[in-house]
Design a protein around this ligand. Structure first.
Ligand code: AMP
Length: 131
């Protein structure tokens, strides 16, 4: 059975898309730890990132870098931070989070729930900077 992230990448479940190519998909985390929190996934269904083939692994990080560069241009922040957790969804995903200090990336803090219009605005701003 397809994972929820595969369904998102295939458009069967709606998401705030920020970028994609034939092997990857990037979208806003629905419950962000900070505004502009993005998830980057490979279309390949693999739970654990370190079980990806070397080629899939390298290409995923290269794609994530392009997304992070776009995020840095679109969202005022000191830098884009990275985390790989996978405690909830068994489909490899890289968290990219715009931060101004280390407290902005606290996965134990209550998650945000931003209005639809704001989420769409953020996704569109990142998508517009993606090269
Ligand atoms: P983890 O597996 O621990 O890395 O966390 C999974 C992340 O996926 C969490 O930050 C969730 O908020 C996020 N998430 C779960 N379902 C969705 C969804 N349908 N759309 C966007 N993000 C999601």
């Amino acid at each position: 059975m397809a994972t929820i992230f595969t369904k998102i990448a295939n458009g069967e479940i709606p998401s705030y898309r920020v970028a994609d190519d034939e092997r990857h998909y990037a979208f806003l985390d629905i419950n962000p730890v900070a505004p502009g929190h993005v998830l980057v996934i490979p279309r390949t269904e693999e739970d654990y990132i370190f079980n990806l083939s070397e080629d899939d692994y390298d290409k995923l990080w290269a794609f994530a870098r392009r997304v992070a560069v776009a995020m840095k241009k679109a969202i005022p922040c000191k830098r884009v931070a990275v985390a790989v957790l996978g405690m909830e969804v068994p489909h490899t995903h890289i968290h990219l989070v715009p931060i101004n200090n280390e407290g902005d990336m606290n996965f134990r803090a209550p998650k945000l729930s931003l209005p639809t219009e704001e989420m769409q605005q953020i996704a569109d701003a990142i998508a517009a900077e993606f090269i």
